[in-house]
Design a protein around this ligand. Structure first.
Ligand SMILES: *Cc1c(COP(=O)(O)O)cnc(C)c1O
Length: 378
């Protein structure tokens, strides 16, 4: 069986973890945390990066920083991971779901404006598969209505929109380093602060509501409890692991792009024949080969293809169940049209995608998909 994902180890992770232990500092905000944060700030042009224990935590920090309060409305796609919504639901927000675009599973930016009310506080975009939303349009709407924009860039490290890194465009952005992402630390994430006015308070929330960060910089003579907060910072063990990955990011990205391109070219004739739809990458962006997905014509055909691939030794899988149909939130969904979201939930398949997938395996997977359509004569 060719697995769907396999965490990649660069080989240096354990060396750096040992080094963290030998430095006799394995709690958070030490040597490796600083290295990772500076690396991300420099590479992606971000004013301030704070490592977190997950992207979920980074999203929760974003909701706190924006002072989301009960009754506030937050607009986001329904086709996303639960954490995108949960972070704001925890603060009492009502989630207003927007449909996905026709051409890709991202939020349809042209449907955002109609959902804005006097209660709207923020727009959260998700760059699905590391493929960018049209950020200029999103930022223009936000500025017209004085709304905040959070980029859930969990899947989007190293992707760009018109040359700018994803995660560096909204007021706040969030990365994930979960083991299923391109660059990993087991569990892990980062809050990306682009609007400088949030930096000082973000450090306080991050350090359990204390001004400990300012204290360590010698800016205050004692540290005390000055705001709400939580334990959002990861240990140095996590940061040490992550730094070994960040050092190899170009190599990781190069291989993932090769695999993505091989899938794309290998399956293009099915796309051209109208049997499947391959990912649409708009001209304004460069993607990071986080996910290789294809969209079938119907849900029934998707399920058949999934069964066929899994029966042929290829662990392909579907993706999100739409949040507006979830057990937890369906009763609060406002009933607007989410046709494309429903279509991606029913018709989308993800193929195996990981660094160590070899060319032979990629060829086998392509052949299996081609064979399904030959066999069924569809
Ligand atoms: C992976 C993912 C998350 C959650 O990331 P964690 O680091 O596991 O908390 C959130 N949003 C999206 C879109 C994701 O893909």
């Amino acid at each position: 069986m060719i697995g769907f994902n396999k965490p990649y180890y660069t080989g240096k992770e354990t060396q750096y973890i040992l080094e963290a232990v030998q430095r006799e500092k394995i709690s958070g905000n030490g040597h490796f945390t600083q290295l990772c944060q500076r690396f991300l700030e420099d590479r992606y042009g971000i004013a301030k990066v704070l490592l977190t224990t997950s992207c979920t935590d980074a999203l929760e920090m974003a909701a706190l920083l924006l002072n989301i309060a009960p009754g506030d409305e937050v607009i986001m796609p329904s086709y996303t991971f639960v954490s995108t919504a949960n972070a704001f639901v925890l603060r009492g927000a009502n989630i207003i779901f927007a449909d996905s675009a026709e051409m890709d599973p991202n939020i349809d930016v042209d449907k955002i404006e109609a959902l804005i009310t006097p209660k709207t506080k923020a727009i959260v975009v998700v760059h699905y598969a590391g493929i960018s939303c049209d950020m200029e349009k999103v930022m223009a709407i936000a500025s017209r209505y004085s709304l905040f924009v959070v980029e859930d860039a969990a899947q989007a490290i190293d992707s760009t929109y018109k040359g700018k890194a994803l995660g560096s465009i909204g007021h706040l952005g969030c990365f994930s380093f979960h083991e299923t992402k391109n660059v990993i630390s087991g569990e892990g994430g980062a809050l990306l602060i682009n609007d400088r006015k949030f930096i000082e308070r973000a450090e306080i929330l991050w350090e359990k509501g204390t001004n400990r960060s300012a204290f360590f910089r010698g800016m205050v003579d004692k540290y005390s409890w000055i705001d709400v907060g939580s334990s959002f910072l990861p240990s140095e063990i996590t940061a040490a692991f992550l730094y070994a990955q960040l050092e190899k990011i170009d190599e990781i990205q190069r291989r993932r792009m090769q695999i993505w391109n091989a899938y794309y070219h290998g399956l293009l004739k099915l796309h051209d024949a109208g049997k499947i739809t391959l990912p649409h990458v708009p001209e304004y962006c460069s993607h990071n080969a986080h996910i290789f997905y294809l969209v079938c014509r119907t849900g029934a055909e998707r399920d058949e293809l999934l069964n066929y691939l899994n029966g042929s030794g290829v662990n392909a899988i579907f993706h999100y169940l739409a949040l507006h149909k979830s057990v937890f939130y369906s009763s609060r969904y406002q009933g607007n049209d989410l046709t494309h979201c429903d279509r991606y939930a029913a018709n989308l398949i993800r193929l195996p995608m990981y660094f160590e997938l070899n060319d032979h395996q990629v060829g086998q997977i392509i052949q299996a998909v081609l064979k399904f359509f030959e066999n069924t004569g569809n």
